[in-house]
Design a protein around this ligand. Structure first.
Ligand SMILES: [Zn+2]
Length: 259
């Protein structure tokens, strides 16, 4: 038996009465469980398990090649209430996107306690007013950078990947290349056909965030001086990068790129 803090990141109906749910747990990482009887009226956990519900769970894993079995789950009220999030469809889509990314980019039983805390914070903050332009999108950008750092796929954002020159706003042209996994300067861009041109502001925003991200948790206030379209460009770059990493676009991506 394992007892852990958990956030539900995916839940599907399995039968008339049961669900298969994927939880991101703090100490154990991603775990997929069968919740037998979850849809029965007198299910002891208070109704079917919903995406974003968070609480303490107990599960038994007989072998890691099989589905674990949910034994107990006690959702905390008001952590990331899907009925609250549903009040703003774009906020809801951003939360579904964050949950999907954790599901597809982390491995089963690979714990990332810092990322767990980050995801929980993201869900808590998502529906709150945001001081930065782009609103929830600014928070999503920061969460994705945290995710990429946690799983070891953080792109190079402070210098040209190829010639190593540090990024400067005086660069006449700036590109991002998925295959290079980071920024490319004008002199080096030739051999990178997948490059995407960035605005100076977009590149500066990424470089600034990155400079801080190596030392400490990045606060959304860092994006206060950015412009709405810069936050959007940064998000688009991150989605393209993640799409390339996965080999396909995340299912929710189209709702984020074109809300
Ligand atoms: Zn270069």
């Amino acid at each position: 038996m394992t007892n852990d803090q958990a956030i539900c990141i995916r839940a599907i109906d399995y039968s008339e009465t049961s669900q298969v749910a994927t939880f991101f747990t703090r100490q154990t990482g991603k775990v997929t469980v069968i919740a037998k009887g979850a849809k029965r009226p007198r299910w002891p956990f208070g109704g079917p398990i919903e995406v974003f519900s968070c609480g303490r769970m107990v599960f038994s894993d007989s072998g890691r090649d099989k589905l674990a079995t949910l034994v107990e789950f006690e959702p905390l009220a008001g952590v990331a209430d899907s009925s609250v999030l549903a009040g703003d469809i774009f906020v809801l889509n951003c939360c579904l996107f964050a949950a999907e990314l954790v599901n597809v980019l982390t491995k089963d039983y690979d714990p990332h306690p810092g990322l767990f805390d980050g995801l929980l914070q993201f869900f808590r903050d998502a529906g709150q007013p945001c001081p930065a332009p782009g609103g929830v999108l600014a928070r999503l950008v920061l969460f994705q950078l945290e995710l990429l750092r946690e799983i070891g796929l953080y792109p190079v954002l402070e210098r040209c990947v190829n010639c190593k020159n540090p990024f400067s706003v005086r660069w006449p042209e700036v590109y991002f290349s998925n295959s290079a996994k980071g920024l490319i300067c004008r002199d080096c861009q030739g051999p990178f056909p997948d490059k995407i041109r960035l605005t100076q502001q977009g590149a500066k925003c990424l470089a600034d965030l990155s400079a801080v991200a190596h030392r400490a948790k990045v606060d959304v206030k860092l994006l206060i001086s950015a412009e709405d379209q810069t936050v959007r460009q940064v998000e688009d770059i991150l989605i393209h990068y993640i799409t390339d990493t996965l080999g396909r676009p995340p299912k929710m991506a189209k709702f984020i790129l074109n809300p």
